[in-house]
Design a binder for this molecule. Structure first.
Ligand code: PLP
Length: 401
């Protein structure tokens, strides 16, 4: 979106503000769909933990997406937004047996990533089909906090334990209808992805009644010009071909599923915050904004580098800034960043603010969560209100002491 459009939205809805561009989401959705157009049955399940606003879910549904969920509350939000239970998959890790049972009772596909739960579930509900999340033990690049396929990962059932899975299936008579992997965010190299896919195919051969293979996600998106991103078109070409060959080998048609979060919404999001203060110190120039890691924690949590543009002065001469938040502890968004000259009162725009930004926000320092606006067909539509004092106190019980 253009600086002017964003600035107008900030004036109308106030700051800090999240803005999501519907056209970008649709574009990314169609890119993935078109990359795999040769596959007869393709399923894209949006990983809603990235951004779970109900209006975003509605958009995804309109584009033809299903949902990937990780908690029963996400399942409930999905149902509330109008998704049918059979368009939702539940891929939890470390949740209670009761939660998995409750989700299965809603008619949602469950995905189990643990042998003890598999055995318990298969014994109690042998008639409910289950998908299995395997861990292919592939280091799929990226950041160590978000790589989830390697040997020490808590996710998935190790491929070395497939014989144990098969024994449980035989003993309980349960039906495994899908095999799943998610090797973590930020796959730099499609060869690594294809290598992990081979492991999934090998595993799949050992199960005779599969309906789908789920390749998870982890597609890398660019954060700035020149960044490496997953070449979805090339991956689509290569993986589709291999998938079609596998279907022949397997002897029945299968659904190919993905569950992207970041790929669909990261670049569609813009976070707008106003500069409260420009502070010169002996070593740097700080730009202090009317927000902090309570609203956008990714730079502090795992060092993500969001591009920052001064949309009040987009053509200004660039200078070096350290952009910081107002939280009373270290709260740095960017160090030594070249940004068009900043004046107090200017509006800064953080890019790639669609995925894991609002959904990870909190009320730390007793601040309100920002409003969220969807930009669609040239209009800005409020899709969640800025919080108020009532939100801060609504669950608290103030006793007389
Ligand atoms: C978080 C998650 C995703 C989405 O990952 P992205 O990197 O945002 O695409 C997909 N599948 C599972 C199981 C997840 O937990």
């Amino acid at each position: 979106m253009q600086p002017k459009e964003l600035l107008t939205l900030a004036e109308e809805f106030g700051s800090p503000l999240y803005v999501y561009d519907a056209a970008t989401i649709e574009h990314q959705y169609n890119r993935l769909k078109n990359a795999f157009s040769k596959v007869e049955n393709l399923r894209i399940n949006y990983a809603m933990k990235a951004l779970s606003n109900l209006s975003i879910l509605k958009l995804m549904k309109k584009y033809g997406s299903g949902l990937d969920t990780v908690s029963i509350q996400e399942v409930q939000l999905g149902l509330h937004a109008g998704f049918s239970p059979d368009s939702i998959i539940f891929t939890p890790n470390g949740v209670s047996f009761e939660e998995i049972e409750a989700v299965a009772e809603l008619g949602v596909q469950i995905n189990i990533d643990n042998l003890s739960i598999l055995e318990h579930f298969g014994t109690k509900h042998p008639k409910i089909p289950v998908c299995i999340r395997i861990n292919p033990h592939v280091m799929a690049g990226g950041n160590e906090n978000i790589s989830v396929g390697h040997i020490d990962s808590k996710f998935g059932i190790s491929i070395y334990q497939v014989p144990h899975i098969l024994r449980i299936v035989e003993n309980t008579g349960m039906h495994i209808n899908g095999i799943h992997m998610h090797t973590g965010s930020d796959i730099l190299d499609i060869e690594v992805f294809l290598y992990a896919a081979e492991i999934l195919f090998d595993t799949a051969k050992q199960f005779k009644e599969l309906d789908f293979l789920d390749f998870g996600s982890g597609f890398k998106v660019p954060y700035k010009k020149g960044d490496i991103e997953t070449n979805i078109e090339e991956l689509g070409k290569k993986l589709s071909k291999r998938f079609l060959a596998f279907e022949k080998e397997y002897g029945r048609t299968l659904t190919l599923a993905f569950e992207p979060g970041k790929f669909l919404v990261s670049e569609a999001g813009f976070f707008l915050a106003k500069v409260n203060v420009v502070k010169q110190t002996t070593s740097t120039v700080f730009a202090g904004i009317d927000s902090g890691f309570n609203h956008l924690i990714r730079p502090m949590l795992y060092g993500s580098q969001h591009s920052i543009e001064n949309i009040s002065n987009p053509k200004g001469k660039e200078r070096y800034y350290t952009v910081v938040g107002y939280i009373c502890e270290t709260d740095t968004f960017a160090n030594n960043r070249r940004i068009a000259e900043i004046h107090e009162g200017d509006m800064l725009c953080f890019k790639n603010a669609g995925a894991y930004c609002y959904s990870m926000s909190s009320n730390y320092n007793s601040r309100y969560k920002p409003a969220e606006v969807l930009s669609k067909d040239g209009k800005g539509i409020l899709v969640s209100k800025r919080e108020t004092f009532d939100d801060l106190v609504k669950n608290q019980i103030m006793i007389e002491v």
